[in-house]
Design a protein around this ligand. Structure first.
Ligand code: KIV
Length: 264
């Protein structure tokens, strides 16, 4: 049986961090599962790391359903979360229909980017038995609105709004919150003020879980690496060992360290 949401919620209560990585195909999904990674994200980051685009916007529902199926066939151990791509959840009806496609393809839950405006969609998904993760902070599908890939929640007003959004979405039925590129203190405050597990990326060491894009943790790819990334391949002799080193570092709270965090 794969890891369940109930187990992840118990881990939050016990203060035991869990780890998440992205996966897009059966082979890497298998290796991550064997290394004990609790949760896999079929991220729309595939638009950048697999397809070579400069954003996640070109990714389609067909792409997401295809890669979700690939990951599902390779992994029996981990909870599988699939991203709903750009413009696939703008109305409640579209959201329900497209979430259904990802669940049929093998996802155990879906992830949506956005704040309180998602409450009605999350409520309806919950009614239909579809678990949801709400992605707050830097939401890459809104890169053109945000003016770049930047840390979010820096002003008091923006921080208050993010906390409010997290509470609203939890009330609507969100099962998980994901915070991307958020100052450490704000991420800690949100983590302490919601009862559902909070997954962080570039959000400091105090969230209930960490996620990294697989290519980043394996040291793959070109260009400048974001501050919050660590290459776990450096001291590992196999890909499975690198996933295991990442898992160990998250569980022992050695990752993320000060240098991977935004302490504003
Ligand atoms: O698509 C993705 O990989 C993500 C992570 C960056 C959290 O959403």
């Amino acid at each position: 049986m794969p890891v369940s949401l109930t187990q992840l919620k118990e881990m939050k209560q016990k203060g035991t961090p869990f780890c998440v990585t992205t996966a897009y195909d059966a082979t890497f999904a298998y290796e991550a599962g064997e290394a004990g990674i609790e949760m896999l994200l079929v991220g729309d980051s595939l638009g950048m790391v697999l397809q070579g685009h400069d954003s996640t916007l070109p990714v389609t529902m067909e792409d997401m359903a295809y890669h979700t199926g690939c990951v599902k066939r390779g992994n029996q151990n981990s909870l599988i979360m699939a991203d709903m791509p750009f413009m696939s959840y703008g109305t409640v009806d579209a959201c329900l229909e497209n979430a259904g496609k990802l669940m049929r393809a093998g996802a155990h839950l879906v992830k949506l980017e956005g704040g309180a405006w998602l409450a009605e969609s999350i409520r309806q998904l919950a009614r239909q038995g579809v678990p949801v993760c709400a992605h707050l902070g830097l939401t890459p599908q809104s890169v053109n609105k945000l003016g770049g890939y930047k840390v979010q929640g820096k002003s008091d007003a923006a921080a208050e709004q993010m906390l409010e959004d997290a509470r609203t979405l939890e009330m609507a039925g969100a099962d998980l919150i994901l915070l991307e590129c958020v100052p450490t203190r704000l991420a800690q405050k949100i983590t302490e003020n919601v009862s559902v597990p909070v997954i962080g990326i570039g959000a400091g060491p105090h969230t209930d879980a960490q996620v990294l894009v697989m290519h980043d943790l394996l040291g793959l790819g070109r260009g400048r690496r974001p501050k919050f990334v660590k290459n776990f391949m450096v001291e590992s002799d196999s890909i499975q060992a690198a996933f295991a080193a990442y898992a160990m570092a998250v569980r022992s709270r050695q990752f993320p360290a000060e240098e991977h965090s935004f302490n504003l």
